[in-house]
Design a protein around this ligand. Structure first.
Ligand code: MIG
Length: 733
């Protein structure tokens, strides 16, 4: 197993987070004291640990998962503390996830994972450009140091020790439509109908908080959704799956069974006095389930059964940082303050004091210090383990789902996360905004989140807050079509953001983009599954792959799997941009999923014209992608026929992965691989396809370009699996 590249340090008595689960006992059983950790100067204080090191000039710091920062975090300040942060501004130090894995890349390459569930502050050369300062707000900590030759090998080792990533059902790769909220069954029917009428492929429609009865988890508002089961069935007949939201807070209401049971059986987090802790979120006053307890995870996780019995197959878990609107105590302080301020006129100081009292009502650090969990019988204050709450909620759901139907894959993703959560579900990127900067931000987030094991992720495409413009939605979709989770979501009060809600020209473009997504699903799914199985990342920055000084600063071009590079447009009115190619590549500018416009490009800088309807994709030498036939839903994609689009330099040896898409048979290596080999002969190409006996593919249409941009084509079948490819044409520039 995994071994020699890792040093393992422990201080105090760390809380078990189950983040690292696949490390050899020969290492785990012999931790070194933190004082022996030499890379940083470690100062053990009474209630915290300070670690400092000095950077060399060229050191880069990569990692940290979900942050607003770019590829190289050098010069940034971050705080690891899961935050309900609706404003993803460049100066924000925390988002929803706490991902304490980072790699220092300089003369040497070393990865570090600080396994600590409380707050950690990182000053990564912010105050002083050459000093890296870490303050761990506690003394019980585990630290893993991973050595390697490259960023890629260090990341791989990390992905190996934290265990296999969650795999969604294959339909989770379809286009998904969300909105806060489609309020009633009729609203949803309308969306479904418009989607089909406008011939836009789509697999799911989401239920945001308003489907519930007064925001109570595991209830359905009868008035808005009469006969829910029939409705779910009807929607399935229309080939849509519904994905309801589940929130962390349980409404305090007499007679509400979840509340009653939770109270009777003692499942809720306690306050100082040992009574259930009270906070306010959507439903008004709530209690928080203590997901740290196994029996509470079981209790809550099994409640998903109610929705599953109605035919539901996927969920998103929200507000599990946990987000707190206010606590009654803080609200009272605030009212008292207002009352006392009323007597005197507000001056500048008292005005700002009043304003800050309002702002500090929600997600107040003092509130996070006023409730408790039980971890293996021990009572622990929330703030000390804050970063595990969302992770344990996802885990509760996943364990429940496993218990309810162990063979089936459910769609499951969460807002808050910690390392380890990737084994149970994905995350979405949270409440972004309909602005150009947030396409760019999503491009930064995807590879960084993937490095922490969470492969199933994506942004609220089009932007959550604010109104989207048609151009912005088009460009956002043109990026999101490559993210595992491709979901359009918009906040309450914003303009309609469904693809069909725009002018005809826009609808036509969006349809093409979404169709392109469906055509690419065979490749994207294969890439996803390979990343899970091979412990690699789904998407990466170029620096992960190329040893080329130029790529160190490139963060607006990404690699999606082994074959494909993308360079999405993320600026308004832009109809082209400079793209750097670290090696020669085949450019496919797709207006739709038909392979027509390709161009061979040499290594170096290129200005790539990119009209609004075009998606630019770059295929690496001796690599290719497989494309399927577009259908209205993922299930309807015909598995028997694919196209292979490739660029041959010397020879091609590609293997693509597929499986049934719904069960967990993939865990037993029950896959259906497709192996495609292409060789160069004097003036022609030969190709051989090896169809795994389980593969459902019957026909592969091959389109391959050689170094002179000559297009070859051929059709391979099971009966005739070795053929000579015909020269078709020279693609003119
Ligand atoms: O306080 O359920 O991030 O996706 O639409 C807002 C309503 C609560 C926050 C989620 C967002 C969702 C919204 N929720």
């Amino acid at each position: 197993m995994i071994n020699k590249n890792i040093n393992y340090y422990v201080n105090g008595e760390p809380i078990e987070t189950d983040a690292v689960i696949e490390l050899d006992n020969s290492i785990l059983d012999y931790p070194q004291p933190l004082s022996e950790f030499e890379d940083f100067n470690v100062m053990l204080m009474e209630n915290s640990i300070k670690m400092t090191c000095e950077f060399s000039d060229d050191d880069m710091v990569i990692g940290f998962g979900q942050t607003v920062k770019g590829l190289n975090k050098r010069g940034s300040e971050l705080i690891s503390f899961c935050a309900d942060e609706p404003e993803h501004l460049p100066n924000k130090r925390s988002l929803y996830g706490a991902h304490n894995f980072f790699v220092i890349l300089g003369e040497t390459v070393t990865g570090y994972f600080i396994d600590f569930p409380g707050e950690i502050k990182y000053d990564i050369g912010f105050i002083h450009k050459d000093i890296f300062n870490i303050i761990i707000e506690g003394v019980d900590v585990k630290l893993y140091k991973i050595k390697g030759d490259t960023l890629k090998s260090v990341t791989k080792t990390f992905l190996e020790i934290i265990g296999e990533s969650y795999v969604p059902p294959k339909w989770g790769f379809g286009y998904q439509q969300c909105r806060w909220s489609y309020e009633t069954a009729d609203d949803i029917r309308k969306v479904a109908k418009e989607m089909r009428d406008s011939k836009i492929p789509c697999d799911t429609i989401y239920l945001d908080i308003d489907y519930m009865e007064r925001f109570k988890d595991f209830t359905i508002c009868d008035e808005k959704f009469p006969d829910f089961k029939t409705f779910v069935d009807d929607m399935k007949k229309e080939k849509f799956r519904l994905i309801p939201i589940i929130d962390a807070g349980v409404k305090i209401e007499k007679g509400y069974s979840l509340y009653e049971e939770g109270t009777d059986e003692g499942h809720f987090c306690e306050n100082e006095e040992g009574k259930p802790f009270v906070a306010a979120v959507w439903p008004g006053l709530v209690h928080f389930p203590d997901f740290f307890r196994k029996e509470t995870r079981q209790w809550f996780g099994n409640k998903y059964e109610m929705l599953i019995s109605h035919g539901i197959e996927g969920f998103w878990n929200d507000m599990n940082e946990p987000a707190i609107f206010y606590t009654p105590k803080k609200l009272k302080d605030f009212y008292d303050h207002v009352e006392s301020s009323m007597e005197k006129p507000l001056d500048i100081y008292s005005y700002f004091e009043l304003m800050s009292k309002v702002e500090n009502l929600s997600n107040n650090p003092e509130d996070y210090k006023s409730f408790y969990h039980y971890i293996e019988g021990k009572r622990i204050r929330h703030d000390k383990v804050h970063n595990l709450y969302g992770y344990y909620m996802t885990r509760s759901a996943a364990e429940g789902l496993e218990n309810i139907d162990s063979e089936k894959r459910f769609l499951l993703f969460s807002r808050a996360s910690y390392i380890g959560a990737h084994r149970y579900g994905g995350i979405w990127m949270g409440d972004n905004e309909s602005c150009w900067e947030h396409i760019e931000l999503s491009m930064k987030l995807l590879p960084a989140i993937n490095m922490c094991g969470i492969m199933y992720t994506g942004a609220d495409t089009g932007g959550f807050q604010g109104d989207v413009s048609s151009e912005l939605l088009i460009r956002f979709m043109q990026f999101s079509l490559f993210t595992p989770l491709m979901r359009n979501h918009a906040a309450l009060g914003t303009r309609d953001q469904e693809p069909f809600a725009f002018d005809k020209a826009t609808v036509d473009i969006l349809r093409n983009v979404i169709e392109l997504r469906y055509a690419l699903i065979p490749y994207l799914y294969s890439t996803y599954m390979k990343s899970v199985k091979e412990r690699s990342v789904y998407a990466s920055n170029l620096i992960m792959e190329y040893d080329d000084p130029r790529v160190k600063e490139i963060e607006d071009q990404l690699l999606i799997g082994d074959s494909l590079m993308i360079a999405p447009i993320y600026k308004q009115n832009r109809r082209g941009q400079v793209v750097y190619l670290p090696e020669k590549m085949l450019l496919w500018k797709a207006k739709d999923y038909m392979v027509e416009d390709t161009l061979l490009l040499d290594k170096g800088d290129h200005f790539i014209e990119n009209s609004l309807e075009e998606v630019a994709m770059f295929i690496r030498p001796d690599k290719g992608i497989i494309l399927g036939r577009v259908a209205e839903t993922v299930e309807e994609i015909d598995p028997s026929i694919v196209s292979f689009l490739a660029f041959i330099d010397t020879e091609i040896n590609e293997t693509f992965y597929d499986d049934d898409g719904y069960t967990k048979a993939y865990k037993n290596d029950e896959n259906q691989s497709l192996k495609i080999e292409i060789r160069k002969e004097d003036s022609y190409l030969t190709t051989q396809v090896v169809f795994d006996h389980k593969s459902r593919v019957e026909v592969v249409n091959i389109i391959v370009f050689d170094n002179e941009n000559i297009r070859f084509e051929g059709r391979v079948t099971r009966e005739k699996s070795t053929i000579i490819l015909e020269k078709v044409s020279k693609n003119e520039k």
